[in-house]
Every structure is written in C-alpha cells, then in structure tokens.
Design a binder for this molecule. Structure first.
Ligand code: FAD
Length: 317
C-alpha cells in the first residue's frame, strides 16, 4: 500500500522506521534482528536508505595503491523485498540521482515495480565522501526534481527508450526530502522552500524531513510550507541522541543544530549511557508534542539504535 494511502486511512498518528542496509558481508538476519523488537508497534512502513559507492585506495603488495570503487552497504532493493516478504509490511526504498544514469534508474524502477514495491523516497544524494560537491553522473540527474519527473513519466508509461510505445505504467507514490533548518547548499530558506514546492508540484505526494530536535523549527517549517501553497503531508524525521560525539558529528554531516537546552544537558553527562537517557527523554517529549500538533506520522531513524527507539515509542502507544 502507498504511504499516502496509509496516511489517508489513518485514525491515529502512524509510526514508521528507517533502516540502513547492513555492511557488505552481513546477512539479512542483521536487519531482522534490528527490526524484530520494533515490529510490536505495527509500523505502517519501513524506509531503507541507499548508499552509493565510494572511491578508496587499497595498498598493493609492492607498496603502491589501487583506486577502487567500493559499495559498503549494497542491497536496498533486495532488503525492501525481504522486509515486505518477511513482515508483510510496506517498504520504502530511497532512490538517488548520484551514481546513476537515467537508464540505470529506469531499470531499478522496473525491478521495484516487478517486486510490487509502489513507494519511493526520491533524493538527489550527496557528493561521495572524498569529493567536495555533488556532480551528476553523465546521463544522470542533477536534482531530485529531475528524478521525480522520470518516475512520474514512468507512472504514465513513458520510458527512456522512445521506441517503447504503450509501455506498462508504474504507480509509484513519491516522497521527497524537506529541511526545517534549510538544505546546506540553499542560499536561504525561502529559495529552498520554493525548490521544495517545485518537487511537490512535479508529483511528490508527501515530504519527509531531515532530523531535528527543536520542534519549533518544524512548526515554523510547516507553517512556511503551507503559506506558499504546499499542501501535502509533512512527516517529521526523528533521531535519538546516544553519545556526546554526536554533538559535533551530526551538525557537521547533516547541517542541523542542537537546541541549547539539549546540548547543555548532554555536555553535563559523564558517560554515553547518561547521554542515552537524556536523548531518550528528549525524544519522548519531542514525539508527544509533535503528536499533539497533529503530525500524520512519527518517522524514526533507528540507525543502529533500535532499543532506544523502542523505549521512546513504548511511551507513546
Ligand atoms: P534536491 O531537492 O535536489 O536539493 C538539493 C539542493 O539543490 C538544495 O539546496 C535545493 O535547494 C537545490 N535545488 C533543488 N532544485 C534545484 C534547481 N532546479 N536549481 C538549483 N538548485 C536546486 N542521501 C543518500 O545518499 N541516501 C539516502 O538514503 C538518503 N536519505 C535521506 C532521507 C531524508 C529524509 C533526507 C532529508 C535526506 C536523505 N539523504 C539521503 C540525503 C540527501 O540526499 C541530501 O540531503 C542531498 O544533499 C539533497 O537531496 P535532496 O533530494 O533534498 O536534493
């Protein structure tokens, strides 16, 4: 079932989770071990992130180095199919522009369609770790909106190969990313919101946000979206804080701020176990307030911390 239909039919605030594919070499059981305890909350769907390959240097016997392309976390499409099969719950693959030509994207979408997956979170992706800025693949897309248009075309039976006439139509429900604290490349929030509206006007059915810890920022973001005519559901992305290290790592990677109250409490903590308690309590209060505000879904980035997310969601049901 599509995300948008889950939301339309919901009587209460829905719960959804997000997982990362395991590192190459690990089995699908590591995903099941991660998700098993969380399934008691009957999530409406599970998102599976996508990770492009990175260039690495491998030392050879003669002391020189070979540049190799490594995909550390393959398997997004397979994991989605496995989750749907194993738990009978919907899975939402993330699909990105980075590293793909339009034709490769089309083939991936056909795979998803054949597997009965009719949801996709459509993203641009970031630059590979050792590159400064995002560069589209030759024959690929520069922005998420271009990929949205390709998915919408496929939903209308329009393929890259113009010789395909009366092509089978897919029926993807498209989600897109939104940034309550602005995407880091956007010159200002106003322009970023305008770009977001373009994605919605191009065919996105809902917005899923970047993680944030200050609900006020989310409320202002929703208000600003509504003012410029974005009507689709906006789903907050929520992440538990479990270590002091995250105070500097998360702002650096995700360009998000910590509210002063939260950072003050974390700095006072002596151990990461203490930080986890603070982070859990914060997320419980944050989730309760968002629920009261009337968000359609609480979406949790479970990344490696299913127990903490379990402790939070247990307080909400
Ligand atoms: P876009 O919407 O294309 O926007 C990128 C930037 O370009 C923005 O600054 C925007 O304002 C600007 N822009 C947009 N359109 C135009 C235009 N036509 N002209 C000029 N400027 C424009 N990354 C992954 O690699 N894998 C994942 O699984 C993944 N999951 C994510 C899930 C969520 C909920 C979120 C919020 C992010 C996720 N990301 C993921 C990260 C995402 O790929 C990055 O944040 C990326 O930098 C931007 O992606 P986007 O889809 O928002 O890009």
């Amino acid at each position: 079932m599509k995300v948008i239909d889950h939301i339309a039919q919901a009587k209460n605030t829905l719960i959804s989770f997000e997982v990362l594919p395991p590192l190459k070499g690990k089995s699908i059981n590591s995903i099941y071990d991660h998700l098993d305890p969380l399934m008691e909350f009957k999530p409406s769907w599970i998102n599976v992130t996508y990770h492009r390959s990175e260039s690495m240097f491998k030392k050879k016997a003669d002391g020189t180095f070979d540049k190799v392309e490594v995909r550390k976390r393959p398997g997004t499409v397979g994991i989605c199919a496995a989750i749907m099969n194993h738990y009978k719950v919907d899975a939402v693959p993330h699909i990105i522009c980075g590293g793909f030509t339009k034709r490769e994207t089309e083939d991936a979408l056909i795979d998803l369609n054949f597997l009965g997956i009719d949801n996709a979170l459509v993203l641009r992706g970031d630059a590979p770790k050792n590159e400064v800025s995002f560069e589209p693949e030759p024959g690929g897309h520069a922005y998420a909106i271009d990929l949205i248009k390709q998915v919408v075309n496929l939903n209308n039976g329009l393929y890259q190969d113009e010789d395909i006439l009366n092509g089978g139509k897919t029926d993807f429900c498209i989600g897109v990313a939104g940034y309550p604290e602005k995407h880091f490349e956007a010159p200002n929030l106003e322009i970023d919101l305008r770009r977001l509206k373009e994605k919605v006007d191009a065919g996105a059915c809902y917005i899923m946000t970047q993680m944030f810890w200050d609900n006020q920022k989310f409320f202002e973001f929703v208000k600003a979206c509504r003012i410029i005519g974005i009507q689709v559901p906006i789903i907050p992305g929520l992440k538990p804080i479990t270590s002091r290290k995250q105070l500097s790592v998360l702002p650096r990677i995700f360009h998000v701020d910590f509210p002063t109250d939260l950072s003050t409490e974390i700095i006072k903590c002596k151990t990461d176990a203490d930080v986890e308690l603070v982070g859990t309590e914060w997320l419980i209060q944050q989730s309760k307030e968002l629920k009261e505000f009337g968000v359609p879904v609480l979406h949790y980035y479970t990344l490696g911390k299913p127990k903490v997310v379990w402790n939070v969601v247990k307080q909400l049901v």
